[in-house]
Design a protein around this ligand. Structure first.
Ligand SMILES: NC(=O)c1ccc[n+]([C@@H]2O[C@H](COP(=O)([O-])OP(=O)(O)OC[C@H]3O[C@@H](n4cnc5c(N)ncnc54)[C@H](OP(=O)(O)O)[C@@H]3O)[C@@H](O)[C@H]2O)c1
Length: 287
């Protein structure tokens, strides 16, 4: 039941991995929340978004909705831009009109992956694929607002959606050997941890651009090995290269994100990716 005297925190993408856990975290902390999926509000529908912002009062908008199929975006270019750029533009317009602070989630893929040093927030961006390019254009739109968080996250997995961990567990039912990319290094990140840190940030009002991931770095191949080791699956992981794997979308080899800014701002150090993986596998009943 919506109460028009209350200002809600709007969460788009509430049916997705991250949005789902952010809604839960907000509710746990006693915030008034309105979580929407695409059936409730299609962010690409200008009139629907306009009417939505006119109808309800929001204290903050957390925009997690996105087109997230990184490889498919190379083929479905228009849909990728329609959702990730035009859809974001609609959300920004609503926030702009009513002076609402906004949180936008972006990605490690906005960087080109040069070298092996973790990327800082203001390092030059160089998106290598359509998805990353659209997500970066979204960042630029959000910067029009007075108060915003742009949070770059990486290699996300959560209970409510598709992700690398679930794909590996699914493949382990039929495969005894898998070739996995070993030359892309980054930080797998658990939506439960991102959700907690995000709500801390929103409550702090320390607006800006931040990098946020679980601690530590690992390759996809070693991450897969750890998933199989923890769950006792007998799958032999063979290292392969980005080039040999030949995914449709090019991804950065160095996906390391520097989180000094996050920690210097007083936010909690995130748990390690390995600790997060343990908790996730427990959450989905795999260990
Ligand atoms: N997944 C990753 O590895 C990763 C890495 C870095 C950054 N990110 C960013 O983190 C955010 C959350 O990602 P995620 O993995 O949680 O996403 P996800 O699980 O794929 O969920 C995507 C969400 O977007 C919604 N959506 C898609 N099209 C929409 C439309 N036209 N109108 C309204 N809603 C729409 C979906 O709604 P329905 O299901 O109701 O259709 C769903 O709730 C995204 O901004 C993503 O770009 C993700």
């Amino acid at each position: 039941m919506i109460d028009n005297n209350i200002k809600y925190i709007l969460v788009t993408g509430a049916t997705g991995q991250l949005g789902f856990d952010i809604v839960s975290e907000l509710i746990k902390r006693g915030h008034h929340v309105m979580g929407v999926g695409s059936a409730d509000l299609d962010i690409t529908d200008d009139e629907a978004v306009f009417n939505f912002f006119n109808a309800f009062k929001f204290s903050h908008v957390i925009h997690t909705a996105a087109y997230t199929k990184v490889d498919k975006a190379e083929e479905e270019k228009d849909l990728n831009y329609e959702i990730n750029v035009h859809g974001t533009e609609n959300i920004v317009s609503g926030c702009y009109k009513y002076g609402i602070p906004m949180t936008y989630f972006s990605t490690d893929y906005v960087f080109g992956g040069e070298g092996d040093k973790p990327f800082k927030e203001d390092d030059p961006i160089n998106p290598l694929c359509e998805y990353a390019n659209a997500k970066y254009q979204g960042e630029e739109l959000v910067k029009k607002l007075k108060d915003y968080f742009i949070i770059r996250i990486s290699w996300v997995y959560g209970k409510n959606g598709k992700n690398f961990v679930k794909t590996m567990l699914e493949l382990s039912k039929t495969k005894t050997e898998l070739k996995i990319v070993a030359d892309q290094i980054g930080s797998p990140s658990y939506t439960i941890d991102i959700a907690k840190e995000t709500v801390d940030m929103i409550e702090s009002k320390k607006y800006g651009i931040y990098h946020m991931t679980n601690e530590g770095f690992v390759s996809w191949a070693d991450f897969a090995r750890e998933i199989f080791r923890k769950t006792g699956k007998k799958v032999n992981v063979i290292d392969t290269t980005t080039e040999d794997y030949g995914a449709l979308a090019l991804r950065p080899k160095n996906s390391r994100l520097d989180k000094t800014k996050l920690y210097n701002a007083g936010f909690d150090r995130m748990p390690t990716w390995n600790d997060a993986l343990d908790r996730y596998l427990k959450e989905i009943g795999e260990i």
